[in-house]
Design a protein around this ligand. Structure first.
Ligand SMILES: Cc1cc2nc3c(=O)[nH]c(=O)nc-3n(C[C@H](O)[C@H](O)[C@H](O)COP(=O)(O)OP(=O)(O)OC[C@H]3O[C@@H](n4cnc5c(N)ncnc54)[C@H](O)[C@@H]3O)c2cc1C
Length: 392
């Protein structure tokens, strides 16, 4: 692991930082529909200026730069506090999966539109009875001429309401062992027979959805990889979700921690600043230590990707530690606020515009999404440490 940057990488950083200063995204709208238009416009501006798909090949609309420059991009975006990119599933999972497993025709058809946010992607993996045990999925796809006919239900599909394409795992051979009869399809979300119903989360947001497929036709050319070979593609997708996505999230949690440190210096309780309380100081010091731990863990996992091309199961260490650490930071924030933590956004006298309780409620899902903490521990035990499988 080499933690220094080459001169051309520092030039890249300076150029991007200057661009971000001159092209701020502007305040994020509160209302979801408006946020979607805003998010698409912001990603389009980044794409037009050559800042999307930093490490993707130029032939498909990327910048053709290195993974290190991709990391610098994420660092600078976090530093400038820019909003989450709207096409997150396409940028962090769909695109990398297509680059590794897609045909030339698929790469040319989809990659550019992911980068420009012209087409938004979502991930249709989980089902009511297939989450941790993803290979238990039941959504069926049966070949009929040149099309698959898809029937079934997905759940917890983030941003499905605004998505144009769905990375859809379907069962194509019900008689094969459960990991062998799965195919990875790209389904057009505007197809007849697709119904999306939003689900409201504990935070009040509606990012989640249930998605129903009734006799939906998906052309055979939309298979990624081989028919019945979808499990391998699903694993590549999840490794990107655990490692690549966590890399940018740990940078965002550093921003949250910096803000929390500032908050404790201003927030007064028991007649003194919260930051003067020895217990609070100890909790904050612990948070800073953990934040450093995740930074170096993320860099170590990145080094492995630089050497091996795709992230490995070590991404589970990063995902597990980051998601639990983030909740601890937010629990500290709520403890500091005391009874005020019960006030939500918009209430009178709410500290820091109700930011900390909202983030805390939102963060509960982080130890579940992309595989729960228990599942990450199993992966680390079996696939990283090589321990025997549990319960056998
Ligand atoms: C914020 C968020 C966003 C999401 N976005 C998407 C999305 O866009 N697309 C998508 O497809 N899915 C998405 N999901 C779904 C997510 O992948 C699943 O919730 C997750 O895989 C867990 O599955 P489950 O909810 O069915 O829980 P279950 O699998 O039913 O698990 C219930 C509990 O049992 C435990 N458990 C299960 N099996 C084991 C085991 N073998 N050993 C030990 N403990 C076990 C789990 O850890 C958990 O605590 C999202 C979830 C969240 C929270």
């Amino acid at each position: 692991m080499d933690l220094s940057y080459a001169p051309q990488e520092e030039r890249f950083r300076a150029e991007l930082r200057a661009w971000l200063q001159q092209n701020p995204p502007g305040p994020e709208p509160e209302q979801m529909g408006e946020w979607v238009a805003y998010g698409k416009a912001w990603q389009r501006r980044l794409y037009d200026a050559g800042w999307c798909g930093i490490a993707w090949p130029q032939a498909y609309g990327g910048r053709g730069a290195t993974l290190i420059e991709q990391v610098i991009f994420q660092e600078e975006m976090a530093r400038a506090r820019t909003p989450m990119l709207i096409n997150l599933a396409g940028l962090t999972m769909g695109g990398p999966v297509l680059i590794t497993h897609g045909t030339e025709e698929q790469k040319r058809r989809y990659l550019k539109n992911i980068l420009s946010a012209e087409e938004i992607w979502c991930q249709g993996f989980s089902e009511p009875n297939a989450g941790s045990d993803l290979a238990a999925l039941k959504t069926r796809a049966v070949l009929d001429g040149d099309d698959f006919i898809v029937n079934g239900q997905k759940v917890w599909t983030s941003f499905a309401r605004y998505a144009d394409w769905c990375m859809l795992l379907v069962r194509t051979d019900p008689d094969a062992p459960k990991h062998k009869g799965i195919t990875f399809l790209l389904a057009d979300m505007h197809s007849p027979g697709v119904t999306v119903r939003p689900l409201r989360q504990i935070s009040g947001d509606e990012d989640f959805n249930e998605v129903f497929f009734e006799e939906v036709r998906v052309p055979r050319r939309n298979v990624i990889g081989q028919i019945n070979g979808g499990w391998e593609i699903a694993i590549t997708t999840l490794m990107h979700e655990r490692a690549t996505l966590t890399f940018s999230r740990q940078l965002q949690s550093r921003v949250a921690l910096t803000d929390l440190l500032a908050f404790t210096r201003n927030w007064r309780r028991y007649g003194r600043r919260a930051s003067d309380d020895p217990i609070v100081r100890q909790q904050l010091a612990q948070a800073v230590i953990e934040s450093e731990v995740i930074k170096y863990t993320a860099y170590r996992s990145l080094t492995k990707t630089l050497r091996g091309g795709v992230p490995g199961p070590e991404g589970s260490i990063e995902k597990l530690f980051w998601s639990e650490m983030y909740q601890r930071i937010l629990e500290t924030a709520l403890a500091i606020e005391g009874p005020y933590a019960q006030l939500l956004k918009g209430s009178a006298h709410v500290p820091d515009e109700g930011r900390w309780p909202h983030l805390m409620l939102y963060s509960r899902g982080r130890t579940i999404a992309a595989g729960s903490s228990e599942i990450q521990r199993n992966i680390v035990a079996e696939r990283v440490l090589g321990l025997p499988r549990g319960g056998k």
